[in-house]
Write a protein that binds this ligand. Sequence first.
Ligand SMILES: [Zn+2]
Length: 551
Amino acid sequence: MKRFASSFTSTLLSTFFLLFVLSSVSFSQTTTIGGVVRDSVTLAVLDSARVDIVNAANSSEHYTVFTNNFGVWSHTFISNGVDDRDGLPTSFSLEQNYPNPFNPSTNIGFFVHSGGTVTLRVYSVLGQLLDARSTTLTPGGYNIPWTSKGAAGALFYSLEMNGQRLTRKMIQLDGGASGGLGDPTLTHSVAPVSPSDRMLADYRVTVSKFGYEPDSTTVPLANNSNIDFRIQTIHRRAFLIDLHNDVMEIAVGGYQLGVRHTTNHSDLPRFFDGGVDAQMFAIWPSPTQFPSAGYARSIQMIDSFDVQVTRNAPLFAQARTSAEIEQVAASGKMVGILGVEGGHAIEDNLNKLIALYQRGARYLTITWNNSTSWATAAADAQSATRGLSEFGRQVIRTMDSLGMIIDVSHTGIKTIEDILQTSTKPIIASHSGARALRNHYRNLTDAQLTAIAQRGGVVGVVFYPPFLSASSTVNIDTVIRHIDYIKNLVGIDHVALGSDFDGIEVTPVGLENVTKFPSLTLALLRRGYTSTDVKKILGENYMRVFRVVCQ
Ligand SMILES: [Zn+2]
């Protein structure tokens, strides 16, 4: 009950409260369990975490308490008679926080373990008795309704049975003249539990908090020990793989991945902060800077990637297969996987495609904004009419046989149709949006989204504001609108993330760099996505494709 103390500000109230504590203690035999709930990574104490305590042999005996501002929870078991079922009133019209305000009525929930006469009394903060009711009850859970009576503000109610008394606080937002206690309603009946059974029982203790994975432990009540929890956010628990990041374009110029920067979007310290487990690093040979050296430039960029891997070996490793991704992630290192952006990198030569695969490239974006002799770009005026050449079909078939994912972001309409006719594997769009929401050639039409999904592929939703909206104010919700749209059209199994960080000069508000991925997870959860949905979007969907195509 000491968790109430922080809400008292005046000496008068404290004195009044103390009287209740003393009266409560003098009548009851108690066992208290409790502990501290912390974030598993930051070790910060977590307030408002819900702790459910359930008798393992009799699930109808169930208590709920919440951690206070210091992350502390506790629950006191009483050896006989009555106790409050949830530690708080139930059926609120307002959001549940402790203490729970109500307006104009609420239900006082409590639990009777053995039959008998229960007396419920309600007092004002000044100790004035507002209403009282005695009733004989069989074992079970009960609600007694309370309708506003007396002045607005804090009220206390006491439950008394067999000489044992419990006192709890509630907040009445509006005063009332004619209300008070109503008739008790049995919410669930139970077989009587004898005091000795309860003191020997095992209790399942489960802690849950918004944004966190629940955690449970079973404790023998007799143990009477501290039960501390370190719980992990859903974001940390999820495997996050982003489908597109262009930081290698600056790393080739000397930018160090192992150092924390205040410019750009990505580096290893910030990837760790953002809970990024794996990253597809784009190798993009600029067709304007290196018009006839796409392959050599790609190799130069891959060499610089290898240097970053070597320099940061304790933190970072390359993966080429799904088994390697799992091994590296399990070792606590960040996973780097290469993807080549732009078919011009292979210079019309299948041996160069194979060489890039051998260096670890696991997707090829079929075109960038520039068409090649064998594939047409989405930015090309002939996007809708000119597709793959015969050599282009050979490229696609070679990728299928190598185990290299076909990426159709930037790729033309007819070329995507031809790819779907030629390839037998799931394909992806590593960084694109939904064209129905933003009519931009870099986004995918409903027909394209449907075709990618029917093939078992995924779309990595891009973060680049001009692709997401015509508006100048683009934020996390704008990104989620594209996620929602694709999910509603083709299902949750085909949505992924393709930020394009360090390839974009502006970002959505709230997604300024790779440290902000946890905000996206929280926003998805607030929008009603389940933790299962979030894990699919963050990584499971893309990993499904990776396993099928790359092994
Ligand atoms: Zn791109």
